[in-house]
Design a protein around this ligand. Structure first.
Ligand SMILES: [Zn+2]
Length: 376
């Protein structure tokens, strides 16, 4: 009798346990469902959207760089980006043949991209507009030609180190282009296309476009006329003095505006990755090549120091005149050197300038006069 009772109790407690376990599991599942539907809904609907949406970006027109006269120093020209959409291609062989021929790419390179399973695959960017138009005119299924912008420098190498240039994604690499990147770059737009599970575009859904926002123009104090003239002068000086580099900075003394910043040899802004004349890029290792490019892009005007030398004579001469320490009519005698303490400082004219007054001494850039002026 007692044993039976125990058995029943045991059965009942087992049933209760199972019942509670089921309830717990149900609660757990309901909680999980609630969690997924309410808290994670954004995450999963985003995932689903990504599967069915194809996104192509529209480059923003980068702000122009404009000189003191309103001349455009950095502009944009329209180029194309050619991409393929695997699931929409009907004649892969024709697509490969046309794209490799029109874009000047190897058949192998194009085939790899055309045959790749991906929602969209970029074949080539910065394609000249006529070439892009020609490809679009063929009307090949699965080939997309989008227009975007490429940086263009109308004056090629003029003020190259000051202006700088942009990279493949139109981002500033050096110079003003990188310093003012935030203002120049603008905001890229997007084209959203909704597709079904097979990747076929749903016409009724249409394209959703987010228009790009153009970058802002940058007005600089550089004057293209003064810059051109200073560049010619620097080139001549480099040749006559057999110098490796010549820099010229022209500044407005009233407000410090830079009117010209020349550092020859300059480089071609439209081909910034081409090494200087006579250098074969393939002859160097990747590291060495980058070093050579960095040296070519380096702006000596702002990166290198140079002892003031004779240019500083103007300061001491002006100070001497203003304080009354010297008069323009004071006379000096230059034997070709001057003793300062125990040092013999040579004048640049070995034979000496002889007798000269302050004005002549300044004209001759004579050391004698400069040192005397400072000693006094
Ligand atoms: Zn002298």
């Amino acid at each position: 009798m007692e044993g039976k009772m125990d058995h029943k109790t045991y059965h009942r407690s087992k049933t209760v346990t199972v019942f509670f376990l089921c309830v717990l599991t149900l609660f757990g599942l309901a909680g999980r469902l609630f969690y997924l539907m309410v808290f994670q809904s954004e995450y999963y609907s985003q995932k689903a959207r990504e599967l069915h949406e194809r996104e192509r970006s529209i480059k923003a027109a980068r702000g122009r760089i404009i000189d003191a006269n309103g001349k455009i120093l950095a502009d944009n020209k329209t180029v194309c980006t050619v991409s393929v959409i695997h699931s929409q291609i009907s004649d892969a062989e024709e697509v490969i043949a046309v794209l490799s021929e029109e874009l000047g790419l190897s058949e192998e390179y194009v085939r790899k991209r055309v045959e790749k399973y991906s929602s969209i695959e970029k074949i080539k960017s910065n394609v000249e507009k006529p070439v892009g138009d020609a490809i679009r005119a063929r009307g090949l299924d699965g080939v997309k030609v989008d227009e975007d912008y490429k940086r263009y420098y109308p004056y090629d190498s003029l003020a190259s180190k000051a202006l700088g240039f942009t990279g493949g994604d139109n981002q500033g690499i050096i110079g003003l282009e990188v310093v003012y990147e935030e203002y120049l770059k603008g905001e890229a737009g997007t084209i959203l296309t909704v597709t079904d599970a097979k990747g076929v575009e749903q016409d009724e859904e249409g394209e959703e476009r987010v228009e790009p926002v153009s970058g802002r123009d940058l007005y600089v104090s550089l004057d293209i006329n003064i810059q051109s003239y200073a560049t010619q002068l620097a080139m001549q000086t480099m040749e006559t003095k057999e110098a490796d580099r010549v820099s010229i900075l022209v500044m407005n003394p009233q407000n410090g505006e830079i009117l010209a910043m020349v550092d020859v040899p300059e480089f071609d802004l439209n081909n910034p990755y081409t090494l200087p004349d006579g250098m074969d890029a393939l002859a160097f290792s990747e590291k060495k090549r980058q070093e050579l490019l960095n040296a070519m892009w380096r702006n000596g005007c702002i990166n290198d120091t140079y002892e003031p030398g004779s240019t500083f004579k103007i300061i001491t001469a002006a100070a001497g005149l203003e304080s009354g320490a010297v008069k323009p009519t004071d006379t000096f005698n230059c034997p070709g050197f001057i003793m300062v303490e125990d040092r013999k400082i040579r004048c640049h004219k070995v034979g000496g300038h002889g007798a000269e007054d302050f004005v002549q001494g300044t004209m001759n850039s004579c050391k004698q006069e400069a040192v005397k002026n400072r000693v006094i």
